[in-house]
Design a protein around this ligand. Sequence first.
Ligand SMILES: [Zn+2]
Length: 459
Amino acid sequence: MSSASEKSARARARAPALWLSAAVITIIAALAVLAWSRLRVLDAPASPTSSGPKTVPGLLAAQGPPAPPGPQGAAPRPQTAPRPQAASTSPATPVSETVQVTVGRNDTLDRIFRRIRLSREDLATLRALPGLEQDLDRLRPGETLTLVRHGTELLGLTRRLSLAETLRIERSSAGFQARVLANPLETHVRTVSGTLDHSLFEAMARAGAHEQTALALGSVFAWDIDFIKDLRPGDSFTVTYQEIFENGRYVADGPILAARFVNQGREYLAVRYVAPDGKAGYYTPNGRSLRKAFLRVPLAFTRVSSPFNLHRFHPILHRIRAHTGVDYAAPMGTPVHAAGDGKVIFAGRKGGYGNAVLIDHGHGIVTVYGHLSRFARGIRNGRQVTQGEVIAFVGMTGLATGPHLHYEYRVNGVFKNPQTVNLPETVPISPALRADFLAKTGPLLASLFPPVGPALVSR
Ligand SMILES: [Zn+2]
């Protein structure tokens, strides 16, 4: 046996001894903690919040003049002892405990309840409350749930549903009661402007705006300006947007209300309008929607690996076969978005397409997404989807040599080239809403053009 291996053998022999002493130390520490916590609980009834004539020398000493050490050795307890808090753990009253849980990836309420040993029946009761299923499912990784418990029994649950709303469930004698509370938010409207030197982010930051609003500006004008290729030094912007505060503290930027962007000398204007049905969108000042009814490309981070070609030589079948869509190479698992609003008419296995989704958008338009690795949650036949919603993930199921999305755009059953097809505009503001639109958007648009001098005013 070489000396090296002897040494490692000794190290192995020593390891259990180290573990053992570590364990002993841990046990001693645990016993000490246990003894301390028992002391606290046992002392609790003597605290000043409980009734009775008893006084606590330690506490008096802490609050009153310094007490000399008792001659009879009635040693006052350490003055730092948190006596008043001990009363709340008094065994006389039921102990409720508040637990904060941070949601992990793929966490569900089921898992959380199991993990922290809460009653599964309580969870089933919660789920059965009308209208609550959606507010309780689809947890977001990283969000915090506040649970109040007594043993395995659930007494309450609080979940922030969104920036604006919080769900609060409380147990009463009548069972669970749920309320959705409005968070105490305040919004401030702010207008910033600037000129691009190097990048939009830099210019927005110089103007005092957050990155969130720089990104939002990019998506407001995404159908008109390519923010990666088209920007030039000297381009300028004015943005009116909301900032949201809660209890006086900044929380986030709210939506952009109006924006002006001058790109290579051409002016683009956008204003946000919330229709009476609550739907919000961005429009030109005369009420044309900024967004198109379809995304040109239904996924981000991609390149075309095979264009639309009705006379293509197929790489797997080795014969001429029409390529009736566009292939976008993208990493496995890249989210695939619905190109437009519509209804899922197929989600499943479909021959050479592998896992596929078909969406009917009305007006004879159907889009097809093939070779998917899996479907997004809830995507099934009959489901309504909105533009941009994640419907599935890139894969290589069916006839595919590598991970990519096969995307088709069919009009009345005829295959069109998704890269060049004329995408329909969305419907403009209806005549019935025109007056409302002008009244609401006028002041927002005006905020983009502050009066600059007396000359303008006197005119
Ligand atoms: Zn293809």
